[in-house]
Write a protein that binds this ligand. Sequence first.
Ligand SMILES: NC(=O)c1ccc[n+]([C@@H]2O[C@H](COP(=O)([O-])OP(=O)(O)OC[C@H]3O[C@@H](n4cnc5c(N)ncnc54)[C@H](O)[C@@H]3O)[C@@H](O)[C@H]2O)c1
Ligand SMILES: O=P(O)(O)OC[C@H](O)CO
Length: 470
Amino acid sequence: MTVQDFDISTHTYFLILRVQAKDPVSDTTLDLGELTKKWTFRKIPQNQQPTNYTTMSSSTPTNSNANIPLWSAAAVGFVSGMVYASYAMRLRDRERLRNACSRIQKHLLPPQRMALGPVHLTARKEKETILVVGAGAYGTAMAYTCAANGHKVVMHMRDPQQCEEINTNCRNPKYLSKYPLNPNDNAITGICTRDELAKYLAIPGIIVILALPCQKTPLWIQQHADLIGEDVLLVSTAKGLYLPTQQLVGHAILDALNRASQPLCFLSGPSFAEEIVQGYPTAVVIASDQLYLANKLQRIMSNGKTFRVYTSQDPIGVQLGGALKNPLAVGAGMIAGLGYGTNTLSASVTRASRELCDLAIAMGGHPDTIDGLSGIGDLMLTCFSSQSRNQRCGTRLMKGHAVDDILKDYTVEGVPTADVAVAYADMCGLECPIFRTVHALIHKTISPEQAVVSLMGRPLNQETTRANYM
Ligand SMILES: NC(=O)c1ccc[n+]([C@@H]2O[C@H](COP(=O)([O-])OP(=O)(O)OC[C@H]3O[C@@H](n4cnc5c(N)ncnc54)[C@H](O)[C@@H]3O)[C@@H](O)[C@H]2O)c1
Ligand SMILES: O=P(O)(O)OC[C@H](O)CO
């Protein structure tokens, strides 16, 4: 941040401020705004002075009087803001930088703030290399989003034919095949061999988006741990709880790497893959213990029009919200499969949201996170839309389809996650009647008729009583 120039004459003060800062992540200079007007500081009679800010005016100086104390106050404001901003930059914290810039702006009158313009941390300009692991529906949507923003995107998949098709015809033959994979003329490359994977994973600064089903993610990581450097940024999009060890997927990834830490982010929120590619405005959240990692991905993936990324420093809550909504969406589908109507669905989703909050908070999530995109937001999306595979699975189960047949047709994270959710509820001493009923219906330990009686016939109580605790 630099003061380019200022000039003080007896009656008039000319300020030309250019406000810049260095982005610690991209190492580029960010333009935060510019004050190019000539400001005149004039003395206002005591009884006309506003109480809480320094008065300046951009009118041409005529009879205005010099007012050194006012200028001093403004200068102190700017300098304190700059000191705070340089401190923020040392901390590599863009939020603090934003706050520092707001502090500077507080010393300006509203029209002057408008002249300066809003404080924008401009979008990252450099292009990244991004490796998307998994060429399913969500991997394709993630690759598309990153490629549309101009990044170099490579998708890794197991199937050589699928890979060939992507590289020759620019389409994923298995998922979202209607959409050409060259948004903004930036073609996505397919790779399928371990050697190619090793080559890309060795690129300094490579970002790896993991778009595999939750139950497959730790195994893939374990098989490729030797290729994944300790500074490779991993972004998990899996929305599930890992059944073999009953872990959050992040913990399972670290165990699979056999490392205590790794740059790791979690992307979650209400986002059907196809709607992303269709360009329907979509908002997601990316969480990391290290906020700067989430901030970095926020700038890489957001596009200002159709894809908006929020950041979070609650990776536990974001993982729990995205995973636990899935068995509840299976339950919503069961209601449709049993032929019930909107009363039943609305009541069930409302009570399900209470269970989701109670369980996620008991397991370490933050309440605000569960109220957000990765909790209630995604619960709404999947419970109310038959686009949801979890929702469709519930409907098919109630129509007599076998769960194994459904799982052969498509990924349903809610099925294995229901088992872990019930284990978590036991560990926390939570009643969670909807989770338990969905789990029992999936495993056919109760009939649909018994399920209705067990939910509707529970002891009567107040709506807001935290009766969920056993
Ligand atoms: N589809 C969506 O709209 C959506 C939205 C948000 C989040 N998600 C989450 O993203 C994750 C992936 O879901 P999806 O919809 O892309 O699933 P999908 O079934 O469409 O695709 C999964 C892909 O993973 C590949 N795969 C499976 N096992 C593998 C292994 N062992 N090694 C390598 N590749 C393997 C499959 O071949 C397939 O290409 C899930 O956790 C899901 O909840 C999906
Ligand atoms: O199709 P589903 O049920 O796996 O849901 C996909 C995503 O989780 C929606 O955000």
